[in-house]
Design a protein around this ligand. Structure first.
Ligand code: UDP
Length: 192
């Protein structure tokens, strides 16, 4: 996709539907993918933290997750078509996974949320293969990453908040051939 740079971050100039098509195809093709859905908070943080900005720049797709980003693009006279949120992208991928018996691994949120999330996923996305789940309060990545590498899920969703989730993904994304995406507080929302 062409990109539009706002606050030093290159955002994909595309619609959610077009992006989803590409993400699904990459999963089918077993192409390693890192998606960042960047809201203005993330963009500002990246602006002030060069190491985080560099890390974000290694993502394959950075989407505008906030009207503030769209406004910035408009001011630059390079408008972006629409907002693409982490939550909507997560939900769309889970629906697709459910229809196609694809697998996902969930890392993040509090233990009680993860337990509730499991129940919600089983009902809402019955065809989804849950490769594994772990809460987001751990000291050492090693055990979780060994499990992810062993299960080889199609998708890994990290709900650790930023910048933690992107650092986690950047460090470990190459342990699978699938998609990795930070989803902020989405597990809490899904779990209800
Ligand atoms: N979280 C976590 N581990 C941490 C810190 C946060 O799993 O060490 C989880 C938290 O429980 C919540 C999610 O990260 O489910 C997102 O947190 P927050 O809303 O603060 O982040 P944002 O959505 O602003 O990125």
């Amino acid at each position: 996709f062409p990109t539009v740079t706002v606050l030093d971050i290159p955002f994909v100039k595309t619609t959610a539907d077009e992006l989803l098509k590409v993400l699904k195809q990459r999963i089918v093709d077993q192409q390693n993918t890192f998606v960042v859905t960047a809201n203005p908070e993330i963009a500002m943080y990246a602006h002030d933290h060069p190491d985080y900005r560099d890390l974000i720049h290694t993502a394959d797709f950075i989407t505008p997750d906030g009207v503030g980003i769209l406004d910035g693009a408009k001011i630059l006279k390079q408008p972006l078509p629409e907002r693409i949120t982490g939550f909507d992208t997560l939900e769309a991928l889970l629906n697709w996974a459910s229809d196609n018996h694809r697998s996902a691994y969930f890392v993040g949120a509090k233990p009680v949320v993860i337990a509730q999330l499991k129940r919600v996923l089983d009902v809402q996305f019955p065809g989804l293969v849950i490769a594994g789940m772990h809460d987001g309060y751990f000291e050492d990545d090693a055990e979780i990453i060994a499990d992810i590498a062993d299960k080889q899920p199609d998708m890994v969703f990290a709900a650790l908040g930023f910048p933690k989730q992107e650092r986690f993904i950047n460090a470990h994304r190459h342990t699978t051939k699938g998609l990795w995406m930070g989803v902020g507080g989405s597990f809490d929302v899904l779990a209800g």
